[in-house]
Design a protein around this ligand. Structure first.
Ligand code: TRP
Length: 451
C-alpha cells in the first residue's frame, strides 16, 4: 500500500463564503480531494473563530453556512474527513501539551499579534490593550490542528505560512524532548497554490469582505445579479472596443469559463460589446456554473439536523485517529496511568526489550478501559468498560499473572474472560488464520518476562 499524502486545512468560521473564497480556496480544495493519492482533512476552525468574534449567533450561522457551502460545492464526505474542530476534544488537549513546549519568544513574533501590538503603540495605547491570550496563542492551536493528524501538506494563504512554520518548530521541539528517537509528529509543509487566481472584487481590488466589494456565492440569483451590476467598468460606450486585459469583469469571467468561452467573450468585448450586456454574460455564466450548487446549498441549510449528522460522522472519523495518538502523546510526557507506570518501571529494571504494554484511558461516560498493545504498537485487546480505575487495574494485573488464559472465539475475533466474565475483546480479523496468530501474540505478550 502506498501512503497517501495527507492534506489538511481549516476554515475559520466567522463569515459567509463569497465568490472569491470559492474560487480561491473551496473549489481547489474540493478538486484536490478527488485525487486518489490525497487523504484530505478539512475542518471548520470554530475555536479559531472565537478569537476574532464574540457574537454567538454569527459563529453559529457561519459554521452552518460554511459546512453547507463545502458540501454543496461537491465535497464527498466519504472520501475526505470533514469535521468541526470543536468536536475533537483531543485538539485543545494537544494544544496544552504544545503550549508547554512552545517558546514565548516564538509566539512574540507571530504577525497577527505583532500587528495588534504595533497598532496599540502607534495610537499611544498600552501595547497589550485589547489583546487576548487567544490571539497570542493562536499559532499553538493551529499547530495542534496540523500536528494532531500528521498532515504532510497544508494549503493556506500567504498570511498563514508563518503559522505552518511555527507548527514545524513546535512539533520538532516536542519530538526532540519526548520522542526518544521517535518522530511523533510529521513536519508539515505549507502549500501555496500559485495557479489559483485571487479574484478581483467589484472595485477591482482583491475580493474581500473587509473591502465590501464581494459577490455573494449561494445566497440567491438576484443578489448575485445585483452585485454584478455594481462591478466598476470604464466609461466606454456600447460599440466602442473594450480592453479585456484591463477589465476585472473579464478576469472574473475567465475564472469560471472554459478557454473557448473566454476567447469568445474576449473577441466580443474587442468588438464593442456594451458593459451592460457583458455583465449579463457574466451573470449567465456564473448562474449556469453555480445554480445547481446553490439549490443544493439551500436544501442543506434547511436541514440542519442532517448537516449535524454528517459532521458528527466526520468527528468520529477524525477521533479514530486523534484519540489513540493523543494517548500515546500523554504517555510520552508522563501523563500515564499508575498501572502502566508500574509496568514500565518494572521493565526498565529488567532492561527488557520493548514489551507489550497496557494503556488505560477514560471514556467520555466516565468509565475506565484499557488497551493491550503489542511491542510493535498493534492493538491486541480492548477492554470492556469498568466503573472505576481500581477494577480496571486489577484486571490488567490478573491478565499478567501468568494464569492460563480463557480465550473464546467470537464472530470475527475473540474475547478474553476472567472468572466467568468477559473483560476484553480483540479487534476483528480478516480470517481464522489471522485470529489464531493474534491469539498466539496475545499469549506471548502476557507471558511474564523471565530474567
Ligand atoms: N488560521 C487559518 C486561517 O485563518 C485557519 C486555520 C486554523 C488553519 N487551523 C488551521 C489552516 C490548520 C490550516 C491548518 O486561514
Amino acid at each position: 500500500m502506498t501512503t497517501r499524502t495527507r492534506i489538511l486545512t481549516g476554515i475559520t468560521t466567522t463569515g459567509t463564503p463569497h465568490l472569491g473564497n470559492y474560487a480561491g480556496a473551496i473549489r481547489p480544495a474540493i478538486l484536490a480531494s478527488r485525487d486518489s493519492n490525497a487523504d484530505s482533512f478539512y475542518f471548520l476552525a470554530d475555536y479559531h473563530a472565537l478569537i476574532k468574534c464574540d457574537d454567538p449567533l454569527r459563529i453559529q450561522r457561519s459554521r452552518l453556512e460554511i459546512a453547507a457551502t463545502w458540501l454543496a460545492g461537491g465535497l464527498d464526505v466519504n472520501r475526505v474527513t470533514f469535521y468541526r474542530q470543536s468536536d475533537i476534544p483531543e485538539i485543545p488537549e494537544l494544544t496544552w501539551l504544545l503550549t508547554c513546549v512552545a517558546a514565548k519568544g516564538l509566539l512574540n513574533r507571530a504577525h497577527a499579534y505583532k500587528a495588534s501590538v504595533d497598532k496599540n503603540v502607534e495610537t499611544g495605547e498600552d501595547p497589550d490593550a485589547g489583546i487576548t491570550m487567544g490571539l497570542y496563542s493562536y499559532p499553538v492551536l493551529m499547530a495542534a490542528d496540523i500536528l494532531m493528524f500528521n498532515a504532510h501538506k497544508v494549503p493556506v494563504g500567504r498570511d498563514q505560512i508563518q503559522h505552518v512554520e511555527m507548527a514545524r518548530d513546535i512539533g520538532q521541539r516536542f519530538n526532540h524532548l519526548f520522542g526518544q528517537g521517535k518522530e511523533f509528529f510529521t513536519m508539515p509543509e505549507a502549500l501555496i497554490e500559485e495557479s489559483v487566481a485571487t479574484l478581483p472584487g467589484l472595485d477591482g481590488r482583491k475580493m474581500s469582505k473587509s473591502y465590501d466589494n464581494t459577490i455573494p456565492l449561494f445566497s440567491s440569483a438576484k443578489e448575485m445579479k445585483d452585485a454584478i451590476s455594481r462591478i466598476v467598468t470604464d466609461s466606454r460606450a456600447p460599440g466602442e472596443a473594450k480592453d479585456p486585459d484591463n477589465s476585472h469583469l473579464f478576469t472574473l469571467f475567465q475564472a469560471f469559463a472554459t478557454p473557448a468561452q473566454s476567447a469568445e467573450f474576449r473577441s466580443e468585448l474587442l468588438q464593442g460589446l456594451g458593459w451592460g450586456e457583458a455583465k449579463n454574460r457574466l451573470f449567465q455564466l456564473l448562474d449556469s456554473e453555480l445554480g445547481e450548487s446553490r439549490e443544493r446549498y439551500h436544501q442543506l441549510i434547511e436541514r440542519p439536523a442532517d448537516l449535524e449528522d454528517i459532521l458528527q460522522l466526520g468527528a468520529k472519523k477524525a477521533r479514530a485517529v486523534a484519540t489513540p495518538f493523543l494517548n500515546e502523546l500523554r504517555e510520552a510526557v508522563g501523563l500515564r496511568s499508575f498501572v502502566s507506570q508500574v509496568q514500565v518501571a518494572a521493565n526498565t529494571k529488567k532492561k527488557a526489550t520493548k514489551a507489550a504494554r497496557f494503556v488505560s484511558f477514560r471514556e467520555d461516560d466516565g468509565s475506565f478501559r484499557f488497551r493491550l498493545l503489542a511491542a510493535d504498537g498493534e492493538q491486541l485487546l480492548l477492554s470492556r468498560h469498568f466503573a472505576d480505575g481500581k477494577t480496571a487495574g486489577q484486571v490488567t494485573k490478573q491478565l499478567q499473572a501468568g494464569q492460563p488464559l480463557d480465550v473464546r472465539n467470537e464472530a470475527a475475533g475473540f474475547s478474553v474472560w476472567l472468572e466467568g466474565e468477559c473483560v476484553a475483546d480483540s479487534p476483528a480479523f480478516a480470517d481464522d488464520a489471522a485470529r489464531d496468530a493474534a491469539i498466539d501474540a496475545l499469549r506471548v505478550a502476557l507471558t511474564p518476562v523471565q530474567d
